[in-house]
Design a protein around this ligand. Structure first.
Ligand SMILES: Cc1ncc(COP(=O)(O)O)c(C=O)c1O
Length: 329
């Protein structure tokens, strides 16, 4: 367990790290150990579905005030911070819309009002983005995804200052959300190839995003590496690579999605992401399965969207696979 924690701590540049049984255990453990009735959290509308449910259903039950802003709207987030804030919780890139937030700018604004900044760095990984270097106080990960990288172990981790991590560690111990030793072993083994995998996945995702962007059956592609991405410049300034996850909207909406997905031959249709195997699915059955269609729409997540997490297969095969599946759609 400690070897895994040390690896993440060193890669992210934290003073200490605490591992958890899952990513959601790391996120809920962080929030519940640092918040109390009367405290206020500012975050975004389209964070990962489980995190969103913590904000909308659970924290308010314990007297914590939560304000969720439109994800790309930096000014709205800054305005909410000025009304008072204890934790600014960010996810960038977001899952599944791959939206980008400026970590440096928002951390500075949060620190001016005395708030702690937590960033979910699951989609980027420390190979592509190190939020602590940009001013964040804590970084959380679902290690189940890219850190482990093989879809065979669950885990979560949080890293940052020693003092804050002591509080989080105590809560983890008491609530029993410990990382299983076998999972720790698998995560450590998976992390040996993290750099290799992420470099490959960055390159493949960029090529696939470019291919899809030019395709007549595709309505819109979301990938921070594309110049057309609304926050490409922010992404370029804070990321060393743009990650292995992209999403796209098919012309023809959800009906087209249902016809298209089973045609993919090299892709697993599953809820996971960040594995060596390519995985795809709509938010309705993956990242935001906990939410109703209306809730997804309110978060700005279209029903016709497909999240595509690129594996380490040959990118030539993956592009051909997509091309064939898009024919006669
Ligand atoms: C960005 C992000 N954070 C947190 C989680 C939750 O992680 P876990 O499945 O390990 O509980 C996920 C899961 O998909 C995720 O995508």
């Amino acid at each position: 367990m400690q070897v895994f924690e040390d690896k993440v701590r060193l890669l992210e540049g934290g003073e200490a790290a605490v591992s958890f049984s899952t990513g959601m255990a790391a996120i809920s453990g962080t929030l519940f150990s640092l918040l109390e009735p009367g405290k206020r959290v500012v975050s975004i509308k389209d964070s990962y579905g489980g995190t969103n449910v913590l904000f909308t259903d659970y924290l308010p039950r314990y007297g914590v005030k939560v304000e969720l802003c439109d994800t790309g709207d930096h000014l709205a987030i800054e305005e909410e911070l000025l009304k008072g804030c204890d934790i600014l919780y960010l996810e960038t890139p977001t899952n599944p819309t791959v939206r980008i937030l400026d970590i440096h700018r928002l951390s500075r604004a949060a620190h001016e009002v005395g708030a702690l900044v937590v960033v979910d760095n699951t989609l980027a990984t420390p190979i592509n983005q190190r939020p602590l270097e940009k001013g964040a106080d804590l970084v959380v990960h679902s290690a189940t995804k890219f850190l482990g990288g093989h879809a065979d172990a669950l885990g979560g981790v949080v890293t940052g200052s020693k003092q804050t991590l002591e509080q989080i560690f105590r809560f983890k111990e008491i609530t029993g959300a410990s990382l299983h030793p076998e999972s720790a072993y698998l995560l450590i083994r998976g992390m040996k190839t993290l750099g290799l995998r992420i470099t490959h996945q960055n390159n493949s995702a960029a090529q696939i995003a470019e291919f899809l962007e030019c395709h007549s059956k595709i309505d819109e592609v979301f990938y921070p590496g594309l110049k057309s991405h609304e926050n490409h410049l922010i992404a370029a300034s804070q990321m060393d690579g743009f990650g292995g996850v992209l999403s796209f909207k098919l012309k023809g909406g959800y009906e087209a999605v249902e016809e298209f997905l089973p045609r993919l031959r090299y892709v697993h249709l599953a809820a996971n992401l960040g594995s060596v195997e390519t995985v795809a699915g709509p938010p309705a059955t993956t990242s935001h399965v906990e939410c109703t269609p209306e809730e997804r729409e309110a978060m700005g997540i279209p029903e016709g969207l497909i999240r595509y997490s690129v594996g380490i297969e040959s990118v030539v095969d993956l592009v051909r696979d997509l091309d064939v599946a898009l024919q006669d759609l």
